[in-house]
Write a protein that binds this ligand. Structure first.
Ligand code: SAH
Ligand code: SF4
Length: 341
């Protein structure tokens, strides 16, 4: 049976017209799906029993389910969601003062195999549907409200490479930002990519309004290829071209994410190469604390080396933020999402 959440409003309208029902019913159904978060057709109480059973005969209506919930001492909440086919993905609520950010997944696993990333070591199972992406936001938003936090931002930094699930990610963001969905502002959404250059250019051509972050982690081509195999087919010089193109079209500043891994990419020469790479495009750098994972022996950089690295960049007038990890005690921090349960 077809999943009703895979249908657009127009598709549902056509279905009603074909079945000799009024087209305006489609809008009501759509509202139940995307604004009232119905988990069954029976909840759609302003729709007649006959129409509800017509829907039941033709469509399935699935919801992601909370499989497990872990709360960190710093109030970060990591949720394992079970999908209708039994696969598990993870999403995280990250509180900051009285605000909350949702970190959501775009794929089950990831095929890109970055050496430092727990998800990368899982391998790839499948893309998430539009509804599976959207519903993570809905549930994390509810969690925020239950904790009296103002739900403010979304980052696509959970499991998976969002630009390898381009169409569904774009449709989910459209719904999240539309009045028929959650009416959030594009400026509150950040998509993080490992750097799929063709797709970065497509984002530019599609004139997106959300923020773009790029997981850089090294500005040395050979080193980056070792850490991130995706760099072999998307080398740094082409990444720079794609980002310039993105910036010209959208006028928006790129955020580079840079993990500091001890004795791997935290030296002065690494900082120098990074500063040079930053000249390609208006940008800022988020330095991310490395979170150890089970499948490698990488260690977090030391405080001294981190300070020296940041100082070097700041002296080059580059905007640098240091991102301390949240939810470490429950493996909810960046790169640690790997379905340990
Ligand atoms: N695939 C996309 C988005 C998901 S990864 C991407 O790579 O950008 C989200 C972020 O977590 C990336 O910046 C990634 O580099 C970072 N990350 C991966 N492993 C990590 C680890 N062990 N510690 C800290 N951050 C990590
Ligand atoms: Fe995939 Fe991103 Fe992890 Fe790399 S860092 S393996 S691209 S999820």
């Amino acid at each position: 049976m077809q999943e009703i959440k895979n249908l657009s409003l127009k598709n549902i309208e056509s279905f009603f017209i074909e079945n000799k029902e009024k087209a305006f019913r489609a809008k009501q159904v759509y509202e139940w799906l995307w604004q009232k978060h119905a988990s069954s057709f029976d909840e759609m109480t302003n729709i007649s029993k006959e129409i509800r059973s017509l829907l039941k005969q033709n469509f399935s209506l699935s919801q992601i389910k909370i499989k497990n919930l872990q709360k960190s001492s710093d109030k970060t909440i990591k949720t394992a969601f079970e999908l209708s086919d039994g696969n598990i993905i993870e999403g995280v609520l990250i509180p900051a003062q009285n605000r909350a950010t949702a970190c959501i997944s775009s794929q089950v696993g990831c095929k890109l195999g970055c050496k430092f990333c727990a998800t990368g070591h899982l391998g790839y199972t499948r893309n998430l549907t539009v509804a599976e992406i959207y519903d993570q936001v809905v549930i994390i938003k509810q969690q925020a409200e239950e904790s009296d936090l103002h739900f403010s931002n979304i980052v696509l930094m959970g499991m998976g490479e969002p630009l390898l699930n381009y169409d569904n990610v774009m449709s989910a963001i459209k719904l999240i930002t539309s009045k028929q969905g959650l009416a959030m502002s594009n400026s509150r959404i950040t998509l993080s990519t490992s750097g799929i250059n063709k797709m970065i250019k497509k984002l530019a051509d599609d004139n997106v309004r959300f923020n773009l972050a790029v997981s850089l982690h090294s500005a040395n081509n050979d080193k980056r290829s070792q850490l991130m195999p995706v760099n072999k087919t998307n080398p740094l010089n082409e990444l720079a071209q794609a980002l310039k193109y993105f910036n010209e079209k959208t006028q928006s500043r790129i955020t580079f994410e840079y993990l500091l891994i001890k004795d791997i990419n935290d030296g002065m020469n690494d900082a120098k190469e990074l500063a040079i790479f930053c000249k390609n495009v208006p940008c800022k750098i988020n330095i991310i604390e490395y979170n150890p994972i089970d499948s490698n022996s990488f260690k977090r950089s030391t405080k001294e080396k981190t300070d020296a690295f940041v100082n070097y960049l700041e002296n080059k007038n580059i905007i640098v933020n240091i991102r301390r990890s949240r939810g470490k005690d429950i493996d909810a921090a960046c790169g640690q999402l790997a379905n340990k349960n």
